[in-house]
Design a protein around this ligand. Structure first.
Ligand SMILES: [Zn+2]
Length: 209
């Protein structure tokens, strides 16, 4: 058919970006959406046997309607599976191997959540919002919470101004070096005192020979 059209000299169909997700991307999106872990809302544990219709793209989670509303109140970006246009990159980002999907989000943000921390299904929007705030904004249940304080790094900076008070190896060695230099200088001074007679003596010896 295409060959026929081409033979007739008719222009090919213009390759414009259609206002819908392309077939391969759609297929991949549906595959990821239907994975067992993505059919359970990571926040309220609601199950959807056919898969959810919303994704929070900020945290790459497949979520129920209530959690979507809660996320949106924090301006977390959410997209509809059916109504939004998806690019292959966006869909790939939802794959577990790229750190996306519900299992990855549970590992990252909900590693330490206990059953009583979770929002109960059918709760008010306020309770959903409170859970989303704690889990994703405050990240209080994150498994890999970074150490907030960086010990000694800020204290090490003003060390040169007060080397006496800081018990830090580098400043101590510098102090030691200073002391050695001072001792050396003192030796030089005491040497110089003896230099005259020494020199004289050597001079005398040399002149004697
Ligand atoms: Zn939910």
């Amino acid at each position: 058919m295409f060959q026929l059209l081409a033979a007739c000299g008719l222009p090919e169909e213009p390759v414009m970006a259609p206002p819908e997700t392309d077939k391969a991307t759609e297929k991949e999106l549906q595959r990821i959406r239907r994975l067992p872990e993505n059919r359970v809302c990571p926040n309220c544990l609601k199950e959807e046997s056919l898969g959810f219709s919303a994704v929070c793209t900020t945290f790459k989670t497949f979520i129920c309607h209530d959690c979507k509303s809660a996320h949106q109140s924090f301006s977390h970006r959410c997209k509809s599976i059916q109504m939004s246009v998806w690019t292959l990159e966006e869909v790939k980002a939802l794959d577990d191997c790229n750190g996306g999907g519900n299992a990855a989000a549970v590992r990252k943000y909900l590693g330490k959540v206990t059953p009583k921390d979770r929002v109960k299904q059918g709760s008010t929007l306020e309770l959903y919002k409170r859970f989303i705030q704690r889990a994703y904004v405050d990240q209080r249940w994150a498994d890999d919470q970074p150490e907030v304080s960086v010990p000694e790094a800020p204290q090490a900076l003003p060390a040169p101004s007060s080397p006496e008070t800081v018990e830090e190896p580098r400043s101590r060695s510098r102090k030691g070096r200073h002391r050695k230099r001072r001792e050396k200088a003192a030796n030089l001074q005491s040497d110089s005192v003896q230099v005259a007679p020494d020199g004289l003596w050597q001079h005398d010896l040399r002149s004697a020979t």
